[in-house]
Design a protein around this ligand. Sequence first.
Ligand SMILES: Cc1ncc(COP(=O)(O)O)c(C=O)c1O
Length: 338
Amino acid sequence: MRILELRSDTFTKPSKEMLETMFSAQVGDDVFEEDFTTKSLEDKAAKMFGYEAGLFCASGTMTNQIAINVHVNQGDEVICDRLSHVYLYEGGGIAANSQASVELLVGDRGRISASQIEENIKADNVHYPISKLVSLENTVNKGGGSIYHFSELERIKMVCLKHNLALHLDGARLFNALVETEESPLDHGKIFDSISICLSKGLGTPMGSVLLGTSDFIKKARRVRKRLGGGWRQSGYVAAAGIYALDKNITRLKDDHLKARELGHILKSRPEIIDILPIDTNIVIFKLDPTISSTDYVNQLAQKGILAAPFGKQHVRLVTHLDFSDDDLGEFRKRMKN
Ligand SMILES: Cc1ncc(COP(=O)(O)O)c(C=O)c1O
């Protein structure tokens, strides 16, 4: 039976063309800043978003955690949504790596507003941590791929400027938001002090993320990456996949969104599913009847060759990606009828 992989968009494997590009990459030692292909990827990503510089890292967790570490001092406060990847899924890294405090806000599917942020900035008083950084996520994984309205981002930027806060974006799936809204990377680059973009999710590379910011910020980030053991050598082989992905795999993300919506239509007819979050991009999160646990349901789906991820006790997540084909969608439809 063919396996329908819907656990995450991180499961994609590099295409033959992507692999060929990787094999022929021009490489050097990146710790010595002599890897031509890594530098090309960093410059290309920085230019796309209008930043001075970029830093290629092994993962999105690494780019986020490095950014937080550069933006805050020990005891400072990071303001973010309670569903944020930086808080929930990075191994307690904000505490462990940066010894920082966190103000968790309850947003709308992971999206916090400018007014919520402003209300929660701490007064200048010795009792409080110093609010230093706002960290947003776009799209929000745990919010079911929800997208920020650009006007809200502009309002958040104004609050940050007014209160001297840095603004970071976990843009693991930022390109999903951009293809859906048709907004420009350059406009988003003007909002944030730093952005982390992932190449290994919807864009389909085997690994890697790029952190973007000013030259001074990236110089500091490079030092933190080295301290974390993330300095690498002939990283150009992987960076080549990133360049390929930025050239070839962005506009096609729209297909993933259409397929995700189609999955939603199919799931609507299932009596055991009592709710489906709005499907804005490539993530589908649905809620089960309370008599069925998400792990049991995921096991039942696995029996049909459909791999899904439990997302809490009652929720299940499906994610579409470039290795989930039209044929796979047809198979999904057939198998969900039984
Ligand atoms: C929103 C978000 N941010 C960051 C990450 C971390 O990326 P990585 O798995 O490369 O560390 C993920 C991973 O799924 C994610 O979904």
